[in-house]
Design a protein around this ligand. Structure first.
Ligand code: UDP
Length: 234
């Protein structure tokens, strides 16, 4: 296997499946299967899940809610998703821990780096909820930061498309996919891979990012086996 410890970033929106809001149980089951294969191969898995299927801080101002308040609402949304994912993974026979960037001890453990690493060594899947616990950040930045902290080998960003394209493949039929890019190229070409905070954290810490299609069955495992089924930024 190319990587021993991975950080998988899943967007909240991906949990909606074909719905417009909330959590589709079929998506949870599908993700649990994909992750099961990775755990069975002996890879250590940490997950950051977004909250966009429930709430995003940027929505707040439009509805008269203060931005910071909205960001905390978004962070809480990621905990709801984390709990749902945790249940799905446990139902599929995996061991998990949910760690939160905001203390909520009845629900999950607080994020403690050393403890997170110990869980991973023991084969438990660690889900990081509540982002980094601060407003004005995203779960992409959380993914980069936590990956660096736990010394993950790679950030795998699961999306609806199978990588980074020259232009939006959903709008431009002539768009082509990059199989590999340097951070510098991605920056110069203004390719929207992650927000700048997240992107810069990875670049400065030499942490590769792979953008791939999480909804294609077996794809996650194939990438970990070394197949070029996404875009590698390093
Ligand atoms: N958020 C935050 N700080 C963090 C992580 C998330 O304030 O460290 C808030 C922010 O409002 C964000 C929301 O939580 O919009 C949900 O996360 P995100 O938008 O990244 O979810 P995704 O797009 O991956 O579903």
């Amino acid at each position: 296997m190319k990587y021993k410890r991975i950080l998988l970033k899943l967007s909240g929106e991906s949990l909606m499946g074909s719905g417009q809001y909330g959590i589709d149980p079929e998506m949870l089951q599908q993700y649990a299967q994909e992750i099961r294969a990775v755990i069975d191969a002996g890879i250590e898995v940490a997950i950051v899940i977004g909250g966009g299927n429930i709430y995003r801080g940027v929505q707040a101002e439009k509805s008269g809610i203060e931005r910071v308040q909205g960001d905390y609402m978004g962070m809480l949304a990621t905990v709801i998703n984390g709990m749902a994912l945790q249940s799905a993974l446990e139902s599929a026979g995996m061991y998990t821990r949910l760690m939160s960037g905001i203390k909520m001890e009845q629900v999950c453990e607080p994020f403690i780096r050393r403890r997170a690493m110990r869980h991973l060594e023991k084969g438990r899947i660690v889900i990081f909820g509540a982002g980094i616990g601060n407003p004005y950040f995203t779960t992409d930045s959380t993914a980069s930061l936590r990956a660096i902290e736990i010394q993950a080998d790679v950030v795998l960003k699961g999306t609806r498309v199978d990588g980074v394209y020259t232009s939006d493949p959903e709008k431009d039929p002539s768009a082509t996919r990059y199989s590999e890019l340097s951070f510098q190229e991605a920056y110069e070409k203004n390719l929207n891979i992650m927000d700048m905070t997240a992107f810069t954290l990875c670049q400065e810490n030499n942490l590769p990012i792979i953008v791939f299609d999480m909804n294609k069955p077996g794809n996650l495992m194939q990438i970990l086996e070394g197949e070029q089924a996404g875009t590698l930024i390093n």
